[in-house]
Design a protein around this ligand. Structure first.
Ligand code: HEM
Length: 406
């Protein structure tokens, strides 16, 4: 039987919560405590509002699969992220509801079909191999984030969209600024505008001269009236933003975590079994869960769940990082074990907004994890773990820098 929560508690905890400095790969201890107490609890956000926090796996999936919740940031009760000016809320279909969300998402599902993604594997392998050649020929120690983790997804998205080779550098420079934590909001805004301008130009070019790439397929929806030119640009920008920092953080944070678990790293380095590599990717996605600010939704009709009624107009946050550590679903959840079957994790969300790019993200991570540690078997941290700066304050969890040596 689900536990019940008896209304807002006298002491409503703040969210987000702090991680323990000693366990940077584990969710904040405060989340674990809330999960033990019950499936839902009220929390207080930076702006004083008090949405519901959903901590258990079953309830998280139930709400994410419920049509009575909205991903639209303009809906009353939507829990705003600190530091957000609301403008990212209007970026494409990730923050829209059906039927418009489904109409737009359908236009870009075909390129993410497993077969299409598998066809990209040799190109991704080459990107990864070339970057490792560069690492081995360059300075040692080096920051793995800058030299490897960020360029991999940037170049892969160039490949996916069909960005011409001569523009790769401009594309990489701007995407780097867009996600660099030390960039000022002005610098980040300027880089995003430059990228949007660049992608708008590419859409215009593809309208005149279509090619066999994703940008052309998005552009092809403009003359038919399915998309405005602006919507086509936003869609390309959404794919870029959604796929870049997420994958980069999984590469760098995944490496940091594996270096702290040498037995697991050795298993991965020594295997030629693609099934074990795939299993390692799922387990690292579960264990690290980088989208740590939760799936945020506004409730549009009363929902009864976990003995509570969440009222229309209230906000709800599914904090999947602790859902992925729910002992009801994953035995010994705080143990990193690349041999376990972790495929039920919610690192890609759940429901209609479940990550569109997951086949690509999986394939990229499989290529990286099966190549990097084999080609650089002596890879190690070039500083103490305590000196690694973790992205506690960022929208996506990871490391600001990862100094490595070999
Ligand atoms: C390890 C890497 C990644 C992680 C952990 C990740 C995680 C997520 C999560 C949790 C969501 C759900 C958001 C929500 O429900 O509010 C999501 C949605 C999305 N992701 Fe990813 N993602 C990754 C990589 C990618 C890549 C490579 C792409 C594409 C190039 C991509 C494109 C998208 C898009 C378009 C959506 C919105 C889907 C929708 O609203 O229907 N993601 N992602």
């Amino acid at each position: 039987m689900a536990d019940t929560v008896t209304g807002p508690r006298p002491e409503v905890p703040d969210f987000p919560m702090e991680r323990s400095a000693r366990c940077p790969f584990d969710p904040p201890p405060g989340l674990r405590k809330l999960q033990e107490e019950g499936p839902l609890a009220k929390v207080r956000l930076w702006d004083g509002t008090e949405p519901w926090l959903v901590t258990r796996y079953a309830e998280q999936r139930a709400i994410l699969g419920d049509a009575r919740v909205s991903a639209d940031t303009d809906q009353p009760g939507y829990p705003p992220k600190a530091g957000s000016d609301g403008s990212e809320g209007k970026l494409g279909f990730i923050m829209m509801d059906d039927p418009e969300h489904a109409r737009l998402r359908r236009m870009v599902t075909a390129p993410f079909a497993i077969k299409k993604i598998e066809a990209m594997r040799p190109a991704v392998q080459k990107i990864v191999d070339d970057l490792i050649d560069g690492l081995l020929a360059g300075p040692n120690p080096v920051d793995l984030v800058e030299a490897f983790a960020l360029p991999v997804p940037s170049l892969v998205i160039c490949e996916l969209l069909g960005v011409p080779y001569e523009d790769h550098e401009l594309f990489q420079e701007n995407t780097k600024t867009m996600v660099r934590s030390t960039a000022t909001p002005e610098e980040r805004g300027a880089a995003t505008r430059e990228m949007a301008g660049y992608l708008a130009g590419q859409i215009t070019k593809r309208l005149a001269e279509p090619q066999d790439d994703l940008l052309s397929s998005i552009a092809g929806r403009v003359p038919t009236g399915e998309l405005t030119h602006r919507q086509a640009t936003e869609m390309a920008l959404l794919l870029l933003i959604a796929g870049h920092e997420t994958t980069a953080n999984m590469v760098a944070l995944g490496t940091a975590a594996l270096l702290q678990h040498p037995d697991q790293l050795a298993l991965l380095r020594e295997t030629d079994d693609p099934k074990l590599v795939a299993s390692a990717v799922e387990e690292l996605l579960r264990y690290l869960h980088i989208t740590h600010l939760g799936r945020r939704r506004a409730v549009t009709e009363d929902i009864e769940i976990g003995g509570q009624v969440i009222k229309a107009g209230e906000g709800v946050i599914m904090v999947n990082e602790i859902g992925n550590r729910d002992p009801e679903v994953f035995a010994d959840p705080d143990r990193l074990d690349i041999t376990r079957d972790a495929r039920r994790h919610v690192a890609f969300g759940f429901g209609i907004h479940q990550c569109l790019g997951q086949p690509l993200a999986r394939m990229e991570l499989q290529v990286v994890y099966s190549t990097l540690y084999k080609r650089i078997p002596t890879l190690k941290l070039a500083c103490a773990l305590e000196d690694v700066k973790f992205k506690n304050d960022a929208f996506i969890y990871g490391v600001h820098e990862l100094p490595v040596a070999w």
